[in-house]
Write a protein that binds this ligand. Structure first.
Ligand SMILES: *[C@@H]1O[C@H](CO)[C@@H](O)[C@H](O)[C@H]1NC(C)=O
Ligand SMILES: *[C@@H]1O[C@H](CO)[C@@H](O)[C@H](O)[C@H]1NC(C)=O
Ligand SMILES: *[C@@H]1O[C@H](CO)[C@@H](O)[C@H](O)[C@H]1NC(C)=O
Length: 334
């Protein structure tokens, strides 16, 4: 079920990234489009009235109101957003259904990691079970230390092996690795080595834009203006950031993750992730998680922002600084 929801969300998010969106800051209580580039204030979302409206050329019209995120215990629809630290729990009987007919309720996310004292399964992260009042990996009696990374203590990952799975410390910069999850926070696994995010130079093979200093990972541009679509290295290389025109309302944005700011008509990065201020705020936040032995790779807006989580209890000010520097709502709209 979780996988299905993730898949649906991924498809929705992905399909939204293709065309250039004109993006606007909307005030609290203002009309907004639920699937467009409208950004409600921090702590709010575009609450749909349940209808999708289009004009004669097929453009979506405002169909919602910027409203506060939904509180614990209150009803939520599948694509609506609960307050940070909560999730919309939908009973299985509601599937499949129309977007705004699948109704659930906002409940507390899980927040305790392996080894912490608990009173019920619903408190323990992921698939951990509350056994003898301690959050414990499922089927731990078989001898495996783990099945998933969340079964391991902070700064460890689950090493799958043919005999028994065991927890191993995360790898440091330049260490050998097979996957991103084996590298410490802020690092990614490329060419079998842990490297820093945003560290690859122009011309180096890449997988996502987060690999590249220039934040542009694509097929090479040929003299003809076409892209060289090849299967070597998946064909993707770090590129010079493409220059946009001065009027993106007219010509759109060239970068696939850019949005057209309706105020300035300039293209902006839709996610200010590699600004200097954001990357240093991210490092401070991550170091605080590590220092306090919090679990590292669960969802930022859900598990990590649960009021009772290790992250909020120990790193609230670092999280506030991260939010100030790294999210659209605060970087561009306030
Ligand atoms: C967890 O429970 C044990 C046994 O009841 C107790 O000794 C310990 O202090 C508790 N730890 C925390 C952090 O509450
Ligand atoms: C993973 O576990 C296997 C079996 O215990 C071990 O041989 C291997 O070295 C471990 N891998 C790493 C990267 O620690
Ligand atoms: C396309 O890229 C591949 C791999 O980098 C390269 O071998 C090939 O020559 C390129 N094609 C053109 C037309 O530049």
């Amino acid at each position: 079920m979780k996988l299905l929801i993730t898949l649906i969300l991924m498809i929705t998010l992905y399909s939204k990234c293709n065309a250039t969106e004109t993006w606007k800051c909307i005030k609290s209580g203002g009309r907004c489009t639920t699937n467009g580039g409208d950004i409600c204030p921090n702590g709010e979302f575009c609450k749909s009235n349940g209808k999708q409206l289009y004009d004669s050329s097929g453009n979506e019209l405002p169909s919602g109101i910027c409203s506060p995120l939904i509180k614990e215990g209150e009803p939520c629809y599948l694509y609506q957003r609960c307050e940070y630290g909560l999730l919309c729990k939908v009973p299985p009987t509601q599937f499949p259904g129309e977007e705004y007919s699948v109704e659930g309720v906002c409940i507390s996310s899980k927040y305790l990691s392996v080894g912490e004292n608990c009173t019920s399964d619903s408190e323990c992260l992921g698939r951990l079970e509350c056994k003898g009042n301690i959050c414990t990996p499922e089927n731990s009696e078989i001898g495996n230390q783990c099945y998933l990374d969340e079964d391991c203590p902070s700064q460890n990952y689950c090493n799958w092996s043919t005999s028994l799975n065991n927890c191993e410390p995360l790898k440091k910069i330049s260490d050998a690795c097979l996957n991103d999850n084996q590298c410490s926070l802020g690092l990614i696994c490329r060419n079998d080595k842990c490297i820093e995010m945003f560290s690859l130079k122009i011309g180096e093979p890449c997988q996502t834009r987060e690999d590249c200093e220039s934040l542009n990972c694509n097929y090479n541009l040929l003299d003809s203006g076409e892209r060289n679509v090849t299967t070597i290295n998946n064909g993707f290389y770090c590129q010079v950031k493409e220059l946009n025109t001065d009027d993106c309302k007219k010509d759109g944005c060239k970068g696939s993750y850019e949005i057209c700011d309706s105020k300035s008509n300039k293209c902006l990065n839709s996610n200010p992730i590699n600004s200097k201020k954001c990357s240093s705020a991210t490092k401070l936040r991550d170091n605080c998680y590590i220092k306090n032995k919090c679990s590292l790779r669960n969802h930022f807006n859900v598990e990590q922002r649960n009021k009772k989580s290790c992250q909020i209890k120990n790193c609230q000010s670092e999280i506030n600084e991260y939010l100030k520097e790294c999210i659209l709502e605060t970087v561009y709209c306030q």
